[in-house]
Design a protein around this ligand. Structure first.
Ligand code: CA
Length: 235
């Protein structure tokens, strides 16, 4: 169905064997030094979060900057986030929204979101964010039941892998035509490409990626940014 062929470059014209650079530490540091514009409040949040056991769940600063740019590019005003953790992504997105913009933030952890709330206030975006401390499926279903289908411009899914299908289907209902979904961790630390890894979470990400690859309701691009970020634009 999907026939993928690599471009046949003439070696002397395009001396590349694959399209994406592998970033070693030196090049990654260069990329950040040459492009990162991280507000001080986000730097401090990142440092405080790095001390937590689950700090790996925080998005990288360049991903936060990309998502801010993305919501600016599509002129987003109303957005959804599934998986808030300590708030880095919600602040990044909120900073890219107009003054009357809004983020619906979904999470189940009182502890992590208490930290998020503290930094929302510090970043001056607390008024733009509403936290729903409940299973995200319940929150998303309640938004749909309240007639909010098509009322959102952007959704970010960054939560438990086993829930991705459920979150995606609901967010697809909630975003407008032309709205964008961004789905995080689609490369799953590379484990999706390891046939020996058949853990439940890895299989869930594989199944989700395969579903999205064939989903004609959206245009997609899987970006090798951080742990893999797929963008899907609702047709
Ligand atoms: Ca993530």
């Amino acid at each position: 169905q999907f026939c993928v062929s690599r471009p046949t470059h003439q070696a002397e014209q395009y001396p590349v064997s694959k399209g994406t650079l592998t970033l070693d530490d030196r090049l990654y540091d260069y990329m950040l030094s040459a492009s990162l514009r991280e507000p001080d409040v986000l730097r401090r949040l990142r440092e405080e979060t790095s001390k937590l056991e689950w700090s790996v769940m925080q998005i990288s600063p360049e991903q936060g900057q990309f998502m801010r740019l993305l919501v600016e590019m599509i002129g987003a005003r109303r957005t959804i986030e599934v998986g808030t953790f300590t708030g880095y992504s919600s602040i990044s997105v909120a900073l890219g929204l107009p003054a009357d913009g809004h983020v619906v933030a979904c999470d189940v952890s009182e502890e992590w979101t208490a930290m998020a709330r503290r930094y929302w206030a510090e970043a001056g975006v607390a008024d733009k964010i509403t936290l729903h401390l409940a299973p995200a499926v319940e929150t998303l279903d309640s938004l749909i039941a309240a007639g909010e289908a098509g009322a959102y411009d952007f959704a970010f899914i960054d939560a438990n892998a086993e829930g991705y299908m459920d979150y995606y289907e609901r967010c697809l209902v909630l975003v407008r035509d032309g709205g964008v979904l961004a789905v995080d961790n689609v490369l799953w630390e590379g484990k999706v490409a390891d046939p020996a890894d058949t853990s439940e979470s890895t299989e869930a990400i594989r199944a989700f990626n395969a579903m999205l690859h064939a989903d004609e309701r959206v245009s997609i691009s899987m970006l090798p940014l951080a742990d893999g970020l797929t963008l899907a634009r609702k047709r």
